[in-house]
Design a protein around this ligand. Structure first.
Ligand SMILES: *[C@@H]1O[C@H](CO)[C@@H](O)[C@H](O)[C@H]1NC(C)=O
Ligand SMILES: *[C@@H]1O[C@H](CO)[C@@H](O)[C@H](O)[C@H]1NC(C)=O
Ligand SMILES: *[C@@H]1O[C@H](CO)[C@@H](O)[C@H](O)[C@H]1NC(C)=O
Ligand SMILES: *[C@@H]1O[C@H](CO)[C@@H](O)[C@H](O)[C@H]1NC(C)=O
Length: 311
């Protein structure tokens, strides 16, 4: 049997005793065990109590009580209790010095387990097995949570930005668990779903650093916000960056175009003025000439009239 390879002799004896006891009591009603139906959420680094209680009729003699907490998947021991004391010889090493029952509660039908200094690796299913005369077992789910740091949004590149440029906005939060939901929004609260890349890096404790990258085409006076939600804690972190005119350098191309246009306009105006002046002068001279001609004509006419009178 694969199981015998991983258990030491004392545990093996206990297990076979237990198995024969189980067979012996098969006819009797199973003991009722009560564990939380919903997953138990524990904060990383804190202690958690895995509740497990059992029904019993008579006052209990502790030396008759056997409690075994196991990892449901591997059946490996988290904590054992029998013959009136803890049995930890075959305990999985990472639980060493981190587990205890509540001895004062045990006689009252309470086989809850205190797990100290919870780590991400503790996440999973735990089975509580209790045997007095009857026996019973029940499994519960442990989930680990850690709050993320407040997100920080940075802009790349930071300066010499021009409208129409592509910029990368990075939102980083660290030390959290489990994976968070990242939502990018613009100033009007619209979801930005394009060009978002989110990456995860776990540290040696299994806690995540989440980095979300958003690529946008720059427009002046725009706001980009990053919201990170821890689904287990319902906790929300928020950060934003506003791109104002200050971030945006006056674009050289537009500058030269503006200067060029102004110069052209000035030259045009001067030329126009010169043309106008000449035109005005010409028209003035013409008017004078016309007036002189008209005078001459008048004189001619009066001469003619005089001649006519004389004749
Ligand atoms: C558990 O505690 C004992 C006694 O304090 C110590 O000798 C042992 O190294 C500890 N084990 C771990 C895994 O911390
Ligand atoms: C069992 O004991 C633990 C630790 O004192 C306590 O938190 C829990 O409520 C108890 N459970 C019951 C059903 O009394
Ligand atoms: C934006 O996305 C989040 C998460 O995907 C969603 O809960 C929310 O309803 C969305 N809002 C809009 C306005 O689409
Ligand atoms: C995503 O970014 C690339 C360049 O980085 C761009 O060519 C593409 O149009 C963008 N896609 C969307 C949907 O914005």
């Amino acid at each position: 049997m694969g199981l015998t390879c991983v258990v030491n002799p004392s545990w093996k004896t206990m297990l076979s005793l237990l198995l024969s006891a189980m067979l012996a009591v098969q006819a009797t009603a199973a003991m009722e065990l009560y564990v939380p139906e919903q997953p138990v959420v524990a904060l990383h680094g804190r202690d958690v109590t895995l509740n497990c209680s059992f029904s019993h009729a008579d006052p209990l003699n502790l030396s008759d009580v056997n409690v075994f907490w196991q990892l449901t998947d591997t059946k490996r021991s988290v904590h054992g209790y029998s013959k009136g004391r803890d049995q930890l010889a075959d305990q999985v090493e990472r639980f060493a010095n981190r587990t205890s029952l509540f001895p004062a509660q045990l006689g009252l039908g309470n086989a809850s387990l205190l797990l100290s200094r919870v780590v991400v690796a503790d996440e999973g299913s735990y089975t509580c097995f209790v045997m007095v005369k009857d026996y019973g077992s029940a499994a519960l789910q442990l989930q680990v949570a850690a709050p993320y740091s407040k997100p920080v949004v940075t802009l790349y590149p930071e300066s010499n930005l021009r409208p129409g440029d592509e910029v990368a906005l990075t939102c980083v939060a660290y030390g959290g668990y489990p994976v968070g939901d990242v939502v990018w929004q613009d100033g009007s609260g619209r979801n930005l779903t394009d060009n978002i890349t989110t990456s995860l890096v776990a540290n040696e404790q299994g806690l995540f650093t989440m980095t979300s990258l958003l690529t946008v085409t720059l427009e002046p006076n725009s706001t980009y916000s990053c919201r990170l939600i821890n689904p287990l804690l319902g906790e929300e972190g928020f950060a934003f960056v506003t791109i104002t005119g200050q971030n945006i350098a006056f674009p050289p191309v537009a500058l030269w175009v503006t200067v060029g246009l102004s110069v052209c306009l000035l030259v045009l105006l001067i030329a126009l003025a010169a043309v106008c002046r000449r035109k005005i002068k010409e028209s003035c001279e013409e008017a004078r000439r016309e007036a002189e001609e008209a005078k001459e004509l008048e004189e001619d006419e009066s001469k003619t009239a005089l001649t006519a009178l004389r004749s």
